[in-house]
Design a protein around this ligand. Structure first.
Ligand code: 0X9
Ligand code: ZN
Length: 301
């Protein structure tokens, strides 16, 4: 069944989520929060012991189709917490965890059967238009349409016709709106470059509490390096990488989620998106160590 020695097809990932919900019904539940353009389910998995005092953390992966290490890492977290919840620390147990490992299932499947380097979703892929796909990480509704985005359908950073025009991004925003959970952290996993990025991404400005975001980011980077040897650069998205508006991290921060980060996983460019499977376990292990550091901070908030 599931393992972290290979990259898996969507069917296997979704089967794994359903298996956990069936095996640990008191702890794990799966909910379909929407459907993709092509009708694939957007499956969200929750891990919670149900204590009313718990904090809440939201984690997603696979916004960009070709970044395969992202769903692999997020499913590694899920496996660790679900299979070993009893022996986990109180910092982990005192959080309601929400995981959406594949935000862009159409794109993800397309990278397996069509174009390995596809990034966007698959809007219009059947409509006979010259170009298909919206960059879901330019489609979120905070400062939508600003720097680092394009109105050209053929662009890799096409923002879509309007904010939340895409069912995949809309599902996340609807879920946040309708959820009773009050999220303290939002983590979105991408690749590559080994960066821990906090808002803002839309322009070269930082939020008033950026020092706390920077300090926690540096603690997370330190533990990744000591666990796995990978060095991460910490900073705001726009200053460290480039300005790009309409990202999910900015939107989450604007919704009041204090610790909002985009994590750009390994590597730094040797293999890029086509990261060999031997990297999955060390990358995921380092990321899990960082997640424990984040959990500790979330419990202090
Ligand atoms: O450009 C992106 O969407 C992300 N990098 S990637 O190589 N995975 O495509 C960075 C997003 C950082 N956050 C914002 N700009 N809001
Ligand atoms: Zn990405």
């Amino acid at each position: 069944r599931m393992n972290w020695k290979q990259y898996h097809r969507l069917e296997d990932i979704h089967g794994f989520l359903d298996y956990l919900a069936k095996t640990y019904p008191a702890l794990v539940s799966v909910k379909t929060i929407g459907k993709s353009h092509q009708g694939r389910e957007l499956k969200l998995l929750r891990i919670s012991d149900g204590k009313p005092t718990n904090k809440a953390v939201f984690i997603d992966g696979g916004i960009h189709a070709r970044e395969w290490i992202s769903p692999a890492t997020v499913t590694y977290f899920i496996n660790q917490f679900a299979e070993n919840f009893d022996v986990e620390s109180d910092d982990i147990k005192n959080i309601d965890w929400y995981f959406l490992p594949v935000v862009n299932p159409d794109g993800y499947e397309f990278t397996h059967v069509g174009d390995r380097l596809w990034r966007k979703n698959r809007r219009n892929s059947l409509s006979g238009r010259a170009c298909s796909g919206v960059d879901l990480n330019r489609n979120f509704g905070y400062r939508w349409g600003g720097k680092g985005t394009s109105n050209n359908q053929c662009s890799e950073i096409y923002r879509g016709p309007r904010a939340f025009s895409e069912p995949e991004s809309r599902a996340i925003s609807d879920f946040f709106k309708n959820s009773a959970a009050n999220f303290t952290a939002y983590l979105t996993y991408h690749s590559y470059g080994q960066y821990l990025l906090y808002p803002w991404g839309y322009d070269n400005v930082v939020p008033p509490d950026y020092k706390q975001l920077d300090a926690l980011g540096k603690k997370m980077a330190a533990v990744i390096e000591s666990t796995s040897g990978y060095k991460y650069t910490v900073g705001s998205s726009s200053n460290t990488l480039y300005p790009a508006a309409g990202g999910s991290d900015d939107w989450a921060k604007a919704q009041g989620v204090k610790y909002s980060y985009t994590v750009e996983l390994s590597d730094t460019g040797r293999y890029g998106f086509v990261l060999p499977t031997t990297y999955i376990e060390p990358v995921a292990k380092g990321s899990l160590a960082a997640l424990r550091v984040l959990a500790e901070q979330v419990n202090k908030e």
